[in-house]
Design a protein around this ligand. Sequence first.
Ligand SMILES: Cc1cc2nc3c(=O)[nH]c(=O)nc-3n(C[C@H](O)[C@H](O)[C@H](O)COP(=O)(O)O)c2cc1C
Length: 372
Amino acid sequence: MDTQNRQPGIVGTTIASQKLCDTFGIAQPIFAFTHSLDTVAAVSRCGGLGVYGATRRTPEEIRTELAALRVKAGAVPIGVNLVLPPGMPEDNDPGPIESQLPQRHKEFVAHLYEKYKVPAPERRGMRTRFLRSNEIARQQMAAVLESDVEVVACGIGAPPDFVEACKRAGKRIVALCGSPKHARRAIDSGADLLVAQGHDSAAHTGPIGTFSLVPQVVELAGDVPVLAAGGVMTGRHVAASLALGAQGVWTGSLWLASTEYAIHPIILDKLLRAGSDDTVITRSESGKTFRQLRSAWSDEWSAPDAPRPLGMPFQDMLVGDLLGAIDDHEIEPLMHYAVGQGVAWLRSRRPVAEIFAQLVEESRAALASLPR
Ligand SMILES: Cc1cc2nc3c(=O)[nH]c(=O)nc-3n(C[C@H](O)[C@H](O)[C@H](O)COP(=O)(O)O)c2cc1C
């Protein structure tokens, strides 16, 4: 095991956090969601727990990438995240979904291609490579179960059968919860750890703010540990999370400007210049409420004459190829990215080890500064 970057616990003051670290085999109660294998591996090697976002990867890609991740991370614990929403179509067949897309919506998308001179897509977009369906979900879950990752995180729903199968395979289950109702369901499904993810958060997010959500989830979680998420960017946020009753933190936006994260330079520049009020919530990305950088994309979809975004997975099929073409052809005004209100703290590109060490150091200082 690589212990070079691992630092002693920040959390000597909270026995519950130490217990969480012991249970998950980590040095710090800092979890990091990211789409970058290198960032996942680096966080885990620092003593946190990196979780790879694999929901848009094919089952075969998941197999290959999780094997590669193990090589990068070594023996330290790593995690993988799938989004498994209920109510999706049975088969991975986009035909029936595409045939139901309303004409008005198709015309609006055609208008965006024309207005912003977006060349026709040369390949399927990330959201259209396959249809979010029960068929794909089953195959993704099988790939995850076969892997040797220690932790499986479920965003938007934790299907009880999958939770049970993961636990039988010796994996720990983390469930992302945007409301007390989600938390109740996750506890009933047998989740080992809850993430109370508040409104400030990047990507799919609910209406309840982090400060209001975390203590409610902590109260109903009983013995199940809780991580605070949504706006955790500094040691002060970590200290506040512990004060709210969480045993640790779950972070996403914090890693977007890490050196290990291969992000497009135009997006990086937008992130480094953005403040908290430069993010918006829109359903135009996936059909569900999704926080991202404000751009011509979100502005167009919120204009009074724009059609209302469709539900998931119809919106994926409607806009997936256009979103891919926007990035492939670098159509700057429309380029955007999922990020939380904590974007205000992204100010430079730095290696994971530096970001991690600063977070740990600041957390210690913030905790030490509290009156006893
Ligand atoms: C670029 C990006 C993509 C995300 N995609 C997912 C996802 O696929 N599944 C998921 O459960 N959470 C996803 N999230 C949310 C994170 O898991 C996490 O809850 C969130 O980032 C926490 O809030 P923060 O960004 O303020 O730290 C994403 C976050 C980011 C930054």
